[in-house]
Design a protein around this ligand. Sequence first.
Ligand SMILES: [Zn+2]
Length: 225
Amino acid sequence: MLPTLTTLQQRKPYLYSPDWLCPQCNSAPEDLNHLWTCPYILPELNPCLTHRSEVIKFRDSCLSSFLSLKSLDISFQTEFSALDCWNYDAPSSSCLWLTRGLLPAHLTAFLNQFFPLSVIYKTISPLLNDFQVELYGEIWLCRNVLFHAWEESQGISAASKLRGPSTNSFPNTTSPQQHNSSLASVSQDSWISWISSSIIRGGSWISHLDFLRRLTVQPLRISFW
Ligand SMILES: [Zn+2]
């Protein structure tokens, strides 16, 4: 399971206040599903838009792979594209399951009308893996770079993560100013200025992202569980 903010809030409530929302958008708790639906203000790093385009790419590569195996009429393409698991708008729960690397039963049942299960799994598995590698590089790693900068702004250091609750200042009042700067408690305007300044300040931030993206070119087996 990816260590999203809600997971960290459960594991280390003395470091991560339960009131804090997603550091990227400050509009919802950051749980696993929020990673793909976060309406982050910067369009080029918007997880929601990235997720949509990756779902479309995955759907289209599945479609062309199956069509290359057998000639099928246009109704196959129409019905395949209309399956609930490709509904990225909401997104549907089956789309979120697919994002986690699980094949929805209705997808395999539909394909099973045309192909044996062994062919379905053999065709989809590498494409599903590519889909997850892309999401990992384009969304999770980018989120981690920003999250790290945000943790620093909250006074959460690597050392404080190693220390237990007894030696940490939160939720005691020894450093109230630090924790009063929580993004969850500031207005949207000042949050946007925080995020802008953090991007400008960290000139290395974007180049760091490029570096991380290059790393994801290597084959990886990723599970979001
Ligand atoms: Zn968010």
